[in-house]
Design a protein around this ligand. Structure first.
Ligand code: G3P
Ligand code: CA
Length: 327
């Protein structure tokens, strides 16, 4: 656990302390660090430093920046009025108090969909931790950020610290959004382009579980790096071969498989590398270490150094940073 969090320092101060600590480290190095060009293993803060603070909140993103993440991940969904917000689910009730604030706005399936709410309405909600064993529910105050607020936070901290921490946005359920009249790909390119993420080497990875969405982004002219996410379900089986991964290279620059897929089929890593694809598996959690590992660090070392992956999605970016930086 971060010492600042353990001591109960208020969140804003904690984020500032962490950011300034990172700044002090970087001050020893005259050249600003360009994370996009670093050959080192990539530390991706999954939903921010979500092991410590509620996922997809600005404090969780700020803490991740201060903890030395190379990239910070927002999952993205769209509001009814077409704004990206940082949220893992296409509905709101798992991580906000929407049921209390808007009791009559659920659909027939009993879910409160973000696509039925305006950004102004979402701003009225309190965000809270999803998992029971993490940040105490009901404590402090968190909100659901707009994607633009997340970008401005990261870019502001980059300016203040001299580090270039990138963003790693995931489009959630793009086909579903399109069916709701909310196409995501055009909007994403407009937003990230407005904030300077245009060139091939810009410090951004765009990720999706849907190949068609990544292909659509390419068809719209995007040259940004793209990561094709894969889960252990049938729809991805056709990609799990040397030939299949060579095909992925036609619309992505990397893959993001569930880490268990690599444990089961480690040859995927070599096939991906042969196809020119990076490999960034998800999700490494210090509070959910599989029994076969003695420690979280042992699990990280196994994937990073024995299996040879290129980076990790982690809820605990400080722990991954320490392992990646081991001499
Ligand atoms: O995007 C990588 C990983 O986050 C995918 O799983 O469900 O946490 O978005 P999920
Ligand atoms: Ca994600």
């Amino acid at each position: 656990m971060s010492r600042a969090v353990a001591l109960g320092v208020p969140l804003a101060a904690c984020a500032l302390v962490c950011a300034l600590a990172a700044s002090a480290v970087e001050a020893a190095d005259d050249e600003p660090v360009d994370a996009a060009s670093q050959p080192s293993k990539t530390v991706i803060a999954h939903r921010g430093a979500s092991g410590y603070l509620p996922e997809h909140t600005l404090p969780a993103y700020a803490l991740a920046h201060g903890m030395g993440a190379d990239y910070i991940e927002p999952d993205l969904v769209l509001t009814r009025d077409g704004h990206f917000i940082c949220l893992h689910d296409i509905y709101l009730q798992a991580t906000t108090d929407v049921e209390q604030v808007f009791p009559d706005r659920a659909r027939d399936d009993g879910r409160w969909y973000a696509a039925d709410f305006t950004l102004d309405e979402v701003r009225q909600l309190q965000a809270e931790e999803r998992l029971g064993n993490r940040f105490p529910k009901g404590r402090s105050r968190f909100v659901v950020p707009a994607f633009t607020e997340m970008i401005e936070l990261v870019q502001g901290l980059n300016e203040r610290t001299g580090r270039t921490v990138g963003i790693y946005p995931e489009l959630k359920a793009p086909e579903w959004h399109r069916a709701q009249g909310l196409p995501m790909e055009e909007s994403l390119l407009e937003v990230v382009g407005r904030y300077g993420y245009v060139e091939q080497g810009a410090p951004i990875f765009v990720q999706s579980f849907e190949a068609e969405s990544l292909k659509r982004l390419r068809a719209l002219g995007s040259e940004l790096r793209q990561v094709f996410l894969m889960a252990e379900v049938a729809q991805y089986r056709s990609f799990l071969s040397a030939e299949g991964l060579a095909g992925v290279a036609g619309f992505a620059t990397g893959i993001g498989p569930a880490k268990t897929m690599l444990e089961r089929q480690p040859e995927l890593i070599g096939w991906a590398h042969d196809a020119g694809l990076t490999v960034h598996p998800y999700t490494f959690r210090a509070d959910q270490v599989p029994d076969r590992y003695d420690s979280h660090e042992a699990e990280l070392r196994r994937y990073l150094f024995d299996l040879g992956i290129d980076g990790v999605f982690t809820d605990f970016p400080d722990r991954a940073r320490a392992v990646v930086d081991e001499p």
